[in-house]
Design a protein around this ligand. Structure first.
Ligand code: SF4
Length: 469
């Protein structure tokens, strides 16, 4: 999931800029998208399921009109939460005014807070955490003098990993959980408009210059008075950026906490080459996020890098799944081997992670059918052994292949010569050129930075790594 927002004082085509910002953040969520434009306190919104370029036609963007502020979101939803009703931003009318709210992440106490609110008479319309955020903030606003004070008060009860943006008629407010699990930053454009985004790649797209990260626990308020930082929740918990942002979630051209995602991935590949060397003729990457790590593996090992798999980039929401009953293989439709690269070669195949293992069986077969004589699978993430409760779809232990099989067993299952994973001790070194003081790596080692629910079913996983991976 991703958030994107613009604050300015002059009337401009903020809908168009938000559209391009969301387009740059599309990799973080493909289920639904939405934009709210604020024109002197009057909100115009549109949201629907689908990709940004499918949902927003030129006519819809024109109908959103001009404004001084805008808020946008792209969202991933698993089954049951993909529909339009769960799309963000959420618009809320409350006794003190109007708000639009958008978030990236998940609450670990979603079920507890929702139950508490329902017992007080609240009626929920979605299965999305953002509705709990909205209720908690509007409830706090009854006793607090401003929206930002209400956000700070609500944060006392909101537990989990989240980056959120709230737009009131006069202000744009950015907030990040106390551990700083998900990234959030802001920049400024030449015309003085502030741009807030989950990732720096979207700042670049709309011509904004990076200013800084929103700090863990910080609330940043953009208003006509300027930029105000509220640090009530800062420094209460250790910083724990999701390390999987570097391995998979973020775009390689983004910079998180001063560290290039592309360089972090190359570093993962280099560590992998040291930990799991093998004699081979070519290193190839599984597109897209395995490519950078494959280059790092090749550079460290001295084995040449080759373009071994091509991905069809045009598979979107409208992709018709061929299912089990027809001859077409979903993996073959999405991926095709470059025979000239792999035929007669001993191949190292680097992927960003191995979750369920089902796709890897097919990819190895594709390479074998294309003439690879040996296939050595390398994952630039360590073994997934635990679920994620902070918004990344790493499901229960029963679904995780590394919970059931050793790397040697996996090699047999995949039809590969060997399988190797990034050692867990190397994962914290990926962002070493940056400023981050600590990482969440709980899906690998089980050390969660917050309390987690006793019952897995209480939680939803909002962003999906990759279908059937
Ligand atoms: S559990 Fe894993 S995916 Fe979830 S926030 Fe932590 S490192 Fe990221």
């Amino acid at each position: 999931m991703a958030v994107f927002g613009i604050f300015g004082t002059k009337t401009a085509n903020v809908a168009s800029s938000t559209y391009y910002g969301l387009y740059a953040l599309q990799h973080r969520g493909q289920a639904s998208t939405g934009i709210v434009v604020n024109d002197d306190g009057v909100f115009h919104s549109y949201k629907d399921s689908g990709l940004t370029n499918e949902v927003f036609t030129p006519r819809i963007l024109e109908d959103l009109g001009l404004g001084q502020m805008a808020l946008g979101n792209v969202r991933y939803g698993t089954s049951g939460t993909r529909d339009r009703v769960n799309a963000e931003p959420m618009l809320v009318n409350h006794v003190k005014g109007r708000l639009a709210i958008s978030h990236d992440g998940a609450l670990v106490n979603y079920a507890e807070l929702r139950r508490e609110l329902e017992l007080e008479g609240a009626i929920f319309h979605t299965a999305n955490d953002v509705e709990v955020f909205a209720y908690m903030i509007t409830k706090a606003r009854l006793s607090e003098p401003s929206t930002e004070d209400a956000v700070c008060k609500a944060m006392e009860r909101l537990k989990g990993g989240y980056s959120m943006l709230i737009m009131s008629p006069q202000k744009l407010i950015a907030a990040r959980d106390e551990n700083g699990l998900h990234p959030l930053c802001y920049g400024i454009r030449d015309d003085g408009e502030y741009v807030v985004s989950s990732e720096t790649c979207a700042l670049n797209t709309v011509g904004a210059t990076f200013v800084r990260e929103v700090e863990p626990g910080e609330v940043v308020v953009f208003s006509k008075e300027g930029v105000k930082s509220i640090r009530t929740h800062c420094g209460k918990k250790p910083e724990r950026l999701c390390v999987f942002e570097y391995l998979y979630t973020a775009r390689p051209d983004s910079v998180i906490n001063g560290c290039s995602v592309h360089l972090a991935r190359k570093r993962a590949g280099a560590f992998l080459a040291k930990a799991h060397p093998v004699e081979a003729d070519v290193v190839i990457g599984a597109p897209d996020s395995g490519i950078d790590a494959a280059i790092g593996y090749a550079e460290e090992s001295g084995i040449p890098y080759g373009l071994g798999l091509i991905k069809n980039k045009y598979i979107g929401r409208t992709f018709i799944d061929p299912g089990q009953s027809v001859r077409e293989d979903k993996v073959k439709i999405k991926l095709n081997p470059v025979v000239e690269t792999v035929k007669g070669k001993r191949v190292v195949l680097v992927d960003d992670s191995i979750v369920r293992g089902t796709t890897m069986v097919r990819v190895v077969k594709l390479l074998r059918d294309a003439g690879a004589t040996e296939i050595h699978v390398r994952s630039s993430a360590p073994e997934f052994l635990n679920p994620c409760y902070y918004g990344t779809d790493i499901g229960s232990k029963e679904e995780l292949v590394a919970c059931k099989y050793t790397p040697a067993d996996m090699a047999k299952m995949f039809g590969a010569e060997s399988v190797g994973f990034l050692p867990i001790e190397d994962v914290v070194k990926l962002g070493e050129s940056g400023t981050c003081k600590g990482y969440c790596k709980a899906c690998f080692d089980g050390n969660y930075p917050t309390e987690v629910p006793a019952d897995d079913n209480d939680n939803k996983y909002d962003h999906k790594i990759s279908e059937n991976k």
